[in-house]
Write a protein that binds this ligand. Structure first.
Ligand code: SF4
Length: 299
């Protein structure tokens, strides 16, 4: 059933307004990687806001996000970002972010190489910990780069809106945006994900748990939890690992489409279940059926 839903929705024709469309607009690997990172960290809020902000941001980067951050100089380059705003993040957070990304690209060549360096000796094939641990080391290493030009403006310790773009992913956090970025760059290029990194394997990815994945995870019996946190993420990932041990997160895009395209809205209606491939396995469908036929609707 899940495979049938995958076959139906895991297709580039459904990318639509997904933030993934932004990195896919660039042809070069380094542009895609930088654009994917920026698009993922700003992927919060409603989809219209996200796309408006990303369109604004990439227009300021003069066709090459990688070139923009590679040549980023405090002072001179900041002007290009003046006035940028995405909900509670402003140009100060973005210039500091570009300054960090610039150091990574100039010093290590790519975000992937920096990720690897952040693991110290763990990138020789014997990865230490799980991918959340490695993401934590990546964020720690990024925040230990030079932030001096922005120390006064981002505050010391750095202010919360900036840290929202560079979140500590350890502990109970669902780390949705970091797991989204990793899905995009680690999964093979199948017309949806980008297949940019080889340092991590798709089998180690974890679900970026958003409202759609949380809900559909409950419908399929992957979890009973309503909070989008690390435990829910691990439970949902473990469920899909039983279906595809080597690539559990490949179901993320197709499941999200059910919610985004309102094929399975939050207020479920039994008539919408008719064409749904998940119906035989869906606990919510069973509940709707028990409550009685056409028109039955529950949250
Ligand atoms: S509630 Fe209905 S539409 Fe939603 S996943 Fe279950 S079967 Fe599909």
């Amino acid at each position: 059933m899940v495979e049938a839903g995958f076959a139906r929705y895991h297709s580039p024709e459904w990318i639509g307004e997904d933030p993934l469309r932004w990195p896919r607009m660039f042809a070069a690997r380094d542009d895609r990687e930088v654009a994917a990172f920026l698009a993922s960290i700003l992927a919060y809020g409603n989809v219209k806001q996200i796309n408006r902000s990303l369109g604004d941001l990439f227009a300021r980067m003069d066709r090459s996000p990688a070139e923009f951050v590679r040549g980023f100089e405090p002072g001179r380059s900041e002007r290009a970002l003046t006035g940028f705003k995405h909900r509670f993040n402003d140009s100060v957070d973005l210039v500091a972010t570009c300054h960090l990304l610039g150091q990574m690209i100039r010093g290590w060549g790519s975000i992937e190489a920096f990720w690897c360096a952040a693991q110290e000796d763990a990138c020789d094939g014997a990865h230490a910990g799980d991918i959340a641990d490695r993401a934590g080391r990546f964020i720690d290493a990024a925040l230990s780069l030079d932030l001096e030009p922005y120390a006064k403006r981002v505050g010391s310790p750095v202010r919360l809106p900036f840290l929202y773009l560079w979140p500590r992913v350890a502990g109970s956090s669902a780390a949705k945006r970091m797991n989204l970025f990793l899905r995009w760059v680690v999964r093979p290029d199948d017309g949806i994900d980008l297949g940019l990194w080889t340092v991590e394997h798709p089998r180690d990815l974890q679900f970026p748990v958003d409202t759609h994945i949380g809900r559909l995870g409950r419908y399929l019996g992957a979890t009973r939890r309503k909070s989008a946190d690390a435990r829910t993420r691990r439970e949902i990932t473990a469920f899909f690992k039983r279906i595809d041990p080597d690539d559990p997160v490949r179901f993320d895009f197709s499941l999200c489409r059910l919610g985004i395209l309102k094929r399975c809205p939050a207020r479920a209606r039994i008539e919408l279940c008719e064409p749904c491939e998940l119906k035989p396995a869906c606990l919510r469908h069973r509940e709707l059926s028990r409550r009685g036929g056409a028109g039955a609707a529950v949250r």
